[in-house]
Write a protein of this length. Sequence first.
Length: 289
Amino acid sequence: MRRGIIPIICLLVIIQGCAFISLDIKDIITLSPIEERTLIPGTKDKILVVEILGLLTITTRKDKIIPEEGTIERLDSILNRARKDKSIKGIILKIDSPGGGVTASELIYKRIKEFKNTQKIPVVACVIRQATSGAYMVALASDKIVALPSSVVGNIGVMIPSISLEGLMVKLGIKNQTITSGRFKDSGNPLREMTQEDRKILEDIVMEFHRNFLSKVAAERALTKEDSDLINDGRIMTASIGLEHHLIDKVGYFKDAVMYVEDLAGIKGATVVVYRRKGENRGGFYSWP
């Protein structure tokens, strides 16, 4: 479909002499259908690889020349198809993500938990390079977490980025003339210094979300007090340190995740499949679509 877009645009440029024609090519581009691809052939039982990659988002980004499918939208398409295949006996969550928005992270976590519980199948996370911040929350939805030796995990917490340009504006002779409907409407506005009251409001929001995140970690992982104290500061950890502090279950590879799923599902030699859209990378487990 994309090949046909250029001739259409050229034709519109030629014939628009008498009237201006506006065409958003992003509305023309449609997502190709999902295909099942075999990564490892085996028995009639299947293990489905669900890929959670890149920044976690909710909806498709249309601010680019080629729109990027939202993480939630893609996940919904995959899980809706997977529900119809009764031969799927387990899932491997392939995670390579630095996290994303609080809402997106929590929704993905919730969807995977619901799918696991309704389908009554095991889910094992396999961290490729990183499962940090919200991506680690997603990993918590699994029964076991495997992480490659060179990967990083953790970074548990929430942040609201903020800067102040007020000092620079003073030097340049620029004045902030923002009009607000209330004195806290522009809390975090980079055009002025943050007051203590502003900071308290934003800190309360961050800490509420942080407590919610920590409650999920406590519910899903068997942490010691030492573990809890360590992760509370939001540090990032290598896979080996994450294993030492019970954030993951094994430092290993894809094959270890497969073994975990087969053991939990009580199957052997299953066919491992992945759902990708037509035209996406046909590579193996470690490739990106």
